[in-house]
Ligand binder design. Structure first.
Ligand code: UDP
Length: 243
């Protein structure tokens, strides 16, 4: 099959296919943090994230949530629908962590009820700044109806994922979503959902460092990064096999 690279991001490469509406998303082992100031590799991360994202996209699709995922074609590659990515990082928070704690002083681990849905500008040069609704409109990144749709979808995805991860004995602390517009102008979920884009805490383990099962292990040099991703995958697989 004739394919050409159309985009290379920090963790994935996108290739064109014979079908102009379909791309192949290839998951790399590369890991970056702090706006790519920290770089490294996590052994087999591409395979782990491709498999984890596959199961989570399937779960969402089974609940009527449209995603770009079509089919997983190898251990690192999935076919996805081509979309125009909306340059927003939609972050959902169930428990306070990361930049929320840094910027507001809220204590790490504080439960957030109702959950927070936040928008950040997907722009490395500007350091992905937090946006307001007015700024989103001023920048013409999305109109009011689309903002409402993004919030509705983010909440719906959060509910589905939170319930699923709870069954896996994992707390879904927070996560980042990216959406795109399909050829009909409908908003669908794109990018990936994986331990690279979520904070996941083991519900059983109580030690603050040992319970971290996500990219914070890489960000904070906690070690056992691939092992944590593997643990997430094992729990997802165990949960799915129970169905
Ligand atoms: N996140 C991400 N990509 C980004 C920024 C954040 O996947 O460019 C995820 C991150 O892994 C976490 C959530 O979004 O699960 C919230 O991140 P936060 O705003 O706290 O930023 P951080 O502390 O990671 O810089």
């Amino acid at each position: 099959m004739e394919r050409q690279q159309v985009y290379e991001g920090k963790a994935k490469v996108l290739y064109s296919t014979e079908d102009p509406g379909v791309l192949v998303s290839y998951f790399k082992d590369d890991a970056t943090a702090f706006n790519a100031q920290k770089k490294g590799q996590i052994a087999d991360k591409g395979k782990l994230n491709c498999t984890i994202a596959t199961h989570l996209f399937r779960l969402l699709e089974s609940q009527g949530i449209s995603t770009h995922w079509i089919e997983t074609i190898s251990d690192r590659e999935m076919q996805v629908r081509r979309v125009d990515i909306i340059p927003l990082e939609v972050v959902v928070r169930n428990v306070a962590a990361g930049s929320l704690c840094k910027q507001t002083g809220i204590a790490l681990g504080t439960p957030l009820k109702p959950s927070l849905v936040e928008f950040y500008y997907k722009n490395d040069e500007l350091g992905d700044p937090l946006l307001t609704r007015d700024r989103i409109r001023a920048l013409q990144l999305a109109d009011e109806a689309q903002i409402k749709d993004l919030i509705r979808l983010a909440n719906q995805i959060n509910t589905a994922l939170r319930i699923f991860f709870e069954k896996c004995q994992i707390i879904l602390v927070d996560f980042k979503l990216e959406f795109g517009l399909d050829d009909q102008g409908s908003i669908i979920l794109a990018d990936e959902i994986s331990p690279d884009t979520c904070r996941l805490w083991d519900r059983v383990e109580t030690d603050a460092s040992a319970r971290i099962l996500d990219k914070d292990r890489f960000r904070k040099d906690l070690g056992q990064v691939a092992e944590a991703y593997q643990e997430v995958l094992q729990r997802i697989l165990a949960q799915i096999s129970l169905k």
